[in-house]
Design a protein around this ligand. Sequence first.
Ligand code: MG
Length: 383
Amino acid sequence: MTQPEVVIVVVAAGSSTRFGGDKLEAQVGGRSVLERALAAVRAPFPGAPAVLVVRAEHLEEARARWQPQGVRVVAGGAQRLDSVKNGFAALAPADDAIVVIHDGARPFVPADDVARVVAAASDTGAALLVAPVVDTVKRLRPDGTVETTVPRDRLARALTPQAFRAGVLRSAWEAAGDTFWTDEAALVERQGGAVAAVHGDVRNVKVTNPDDLAVVAGAFPRQTRVGQGVDVHPFAAGRPLWLCGVELPGETGLAGHSDADAALHAVTDAVLGGCGCGDIGEHFPPSDERWRNVPSKIFLRHAVTLAAQRGWRVTGCDVTLLAEAPRIAPHRAAMRARLAELLDLSPDDVTVTATTSVGMGFVGRREGIAALAVVTLEPSAHT
Ligand code: MG
């Protein structure tokens, strides 16, 4: 059997009123919702002509973004059904081609689900992905009380993509005239056409409210990066001692160009390393007079900003201090709190431990302090 010709329409012309902000640009698994939706629906048919339908005011921006990737971009209409028609018109498919229609707000759909709905449409003329209704369903009265319990055994939730023979859609549109339909499956149903229901992955969620992002994010592999940093500074009499952004009064300080906070330097290097941004010496060379005696929190905040610009946020931090003196335990809570503040974390996500080197080496001879840091980073949830 020869593969049917497939064309793809992705509708992204809604107004996101329930979301507050553009939900299609929200990040899920490190990429935008729309980027994910397009990639997911195109995956099983990489060569298929695809059109993205956007709001007229986003047309130029969307063309610059998507046309280089082989996606045509056209303006949508007042309602979803108009947008689908516009996308269809731009593709002008032959009557026996399969038109795949997908919501730009559905970032996750397995390639196999797309392929199965296309195969079903090829057989039946029209098909959509559905998911079971797992909760008991109630019909309510206008006053908010329950009127009845609706049997759910034959109910299903309509997902996308939906797929149709282009000729089936053309006839249905012609017959429907100016009436309203919520999706193209409803349009074909109304004309009495058979629509095959194909059970799909229940993680195929339409992002409508901000909370939906967290739900659908679970469908994507979690991306975690690890960064490590190490720093060593010798003791220097007459200087204050700063560690983890906290001053330890009455203790011998460390020699260095800045405030010599070895712990913050190690954490800064860990953040920079984790997001592939070089190292602290590159961004803040000791030869630069601007950094003389400055508080090292400046370095760490800069590293966090650079990480954010690259789409990463720190999710955890573990610092180990190697020192014979001073005792760290009395300062641990303050250190965790300060690190948490600098890294935009909760103190629960930060640990600070200390150990001696049992008399051995430069730490054992009380010549200086070494700091080791590990941080974890994940893609930012939002741009
Ligand atoms: Mg240093």
